[in-house]
Design a protein. Structure first.
Length: 222
């Protein structure tokens, strides 16, 4: 399997990459990474640079041939599944759910309340709602926010908004953070590095799903 880290986990939030690789090793997943990994093209597509995106997709397609691709990023997952042809792609939340069901990750349950944010690209775009929740429930108590699944609020970062309109992105993120705080939970989990980046705040801990398992899953590393 090829672990496609994605730009945000690879460059800005490297703890997500480290947590993901740790979980893959503990579950004895045979994987590799690309030393010269390039962007999947999602940002180019969402901001209207279609010609440049297609050029990037063409280059990556040659590299991805014959691979089963694991991705950390919801945006990468949507792009690789919908804008590329014939790729075998699995989001890390789906793989973790599978590994836990197969008993390949030695996790411990704790009395701990956690809430979950559905990334737009993973949730309403690709229909992946249950697997991240199943992973969380294998360790902690899931307390849902007011808006979830198809009706989840956006984190505010996607579609180039974070770069072009940072004030609007921050306003949107505050609405979602407020819903998370209302649950009474101390930790907010999401399955997208971009969401984690924009939802980071001083009122509630924000973790990627992989970081959550590493931090609170009581993993047996022997």
């Amino acid at each position: 399997m090829l672990y496609f880290r994605g730009c945000t986990a690879r460059e800005k939030l490297t703890d997500i990459q480290l947590a993901t690789e740790k979980l893959l090793r503990l579950a004895d997943v045979d994987y590799h990474i690309l030393d010269d990994e390039k962007c999947c093209g999602s940002v180019l597509l969402r901001t209207g640079f279609l010609k440049e995106a297609q050029e990037q997709i063409k280059k990556n397609t040659e590299i991805f041939k014959g691979e089963t691709i694991i991705t950390s990023c919801a945006g990468c997952y949507k792009t690789l599944t919908e804008d590329y042809d014939g790729l075998n792609v699995i989001h890390i939340s789906q793989l973790l759910d599978e590994l836990i069901r197969e008993g390949k990750l030695d996790l411990s349950e704790i009395e701990f309340d956690v809430t979950y944010h559905d990334p737009c690209h993973l949730g309403r775009h690709c229909g992946v709602f249950d697997e991240p929740r199943s992973v969380i429930k294998s360790v902690a108590n899931l307390v849902e926010m007011k808006n979830i699944r198809e009706n989840s609020l956006c984190c505010g970062a996607g579609g180039g908004v974070k770069s072009a309109y940072p004030e609007i992105a921050n306003q949107i993120s505050k609405l979602r953070i407020a819903q998370a705080v209302e649950t009474g939970c101390k930790t907010l989990v999401t399955s997208c590095p971009f969401c984690k980046l924009n939802l980071k705040n001083d009122d509630i801990e924000v973790l990627d799903l992989t970081e959550f398992l590493v931090s609170y899953g009581g993993l047996n590393e022997e």
